[in-house]
Design a protein around this ligand. Sequence first.
Ligand code: ATP
Length: 362
Amino acid sequence: MTRVSMQSLTKTYPGAQKPALDGLTLDIESGELLALLGPSGCGKTTTMKLIAGQLEPTAGEIAFDGASILHQPPDRRGAVMVFQNSLLFPYMSVADNIGFGLKMRHRPKAEIAARVADMLALVQLPDLGHRRPADLSGGQQQRVALARALIVEPRVLLLDEPLSSLDTHLRFEMRDLIRSLQKDLCITTIFVTHDQEEAVVLADRIALILDGRLRQVDRPDQFYRRPADQTVARFFGGHNFVPGTSDGAVFQSNLGPLLLPQGARKGPGTLTFRPESIRIGIGAENTLSARLVERVYLGTQTRLRLMVKDVMIEAVLSPDLVDGLETGAELDLTVPPQCLWVLEGVVAQLCPQRIHNVNPCG
Ligand code: ATP
């Protein structure tokens, strides 16, 4: 069980104009599974390499259980990295690949064999130790890579997009395996992904990095319900942003007055609410009259674009709830107060045509 602390961690690559990682301060609790989430190029792999000791920081500190690891060589840190491509040794058997770390530590052969057998069972490949990596599927190769990392009992497990080369079905399977292994073994784990859904399903907490900077670190549900700002909300699929003013109880905007939850931010701001939080029909509070502008069938859900006064909003609902609702229909909507969240800062409201992509406003 190891607590990882990063303090003002910064990396600027030689010749680069700006840091790839800019002042990251983040604590990861013992036994926690933290997802490092962000788009391509935001600095996720750089962070992992800094922890693993494959890169030196330009500034800042990394500590395990309060003790700096920056002076320690990579093989003494106890942080093991698993990559997107499993990088197994092709000419070694699966068992030899898994046992490699223990062999390097000069452990007795009998101990290695026993631990390899345990690991093969753990990653649910009990009978495949004799095979070569090339004779395994992509998902099986990733399980071997995971076993090879776990056998050395790392203090910290670093998983760098380990699922992104797998197809959907295997990804789900492997995701469940990682989650259950991590909880059973209680290894502090950092999981890098650009996939918001993967982060939400897997992680105890998510650290969202955009352009080298930490934007929010929180429980997964908070990114939907309490995003730190509009960019974070958009990264998590938020579409509804309405400028206005809050007195802490009511938000006044072009939508009309809407009752806010207790403790809402006061002053000028931007109201946001999830497309999934909108209900059809008249509610106890916050009912809006809307006109259906567009509907898009998404399979398990239907996305609606709706005009409320001069504001375009988006709702996502179960298809059976909107059966028979045609474009142009007038309907009542309700947005419960507890689903509203006031962001700091006022956004310019986009004109509906521009949102709808019909005519550029003019
Ligand atoms: P991806 O999801 O695509 O792997 P990432 O979030 O892991 O992206 P990094 O690999 O950490 O991003 O890269 C962050 C930034 O640093 C990028 O702009 C990248 O081009 C740059 N970068 C990464 N490695 C180097 C390097 N060795 N030399 C110079 N710049 C680099």
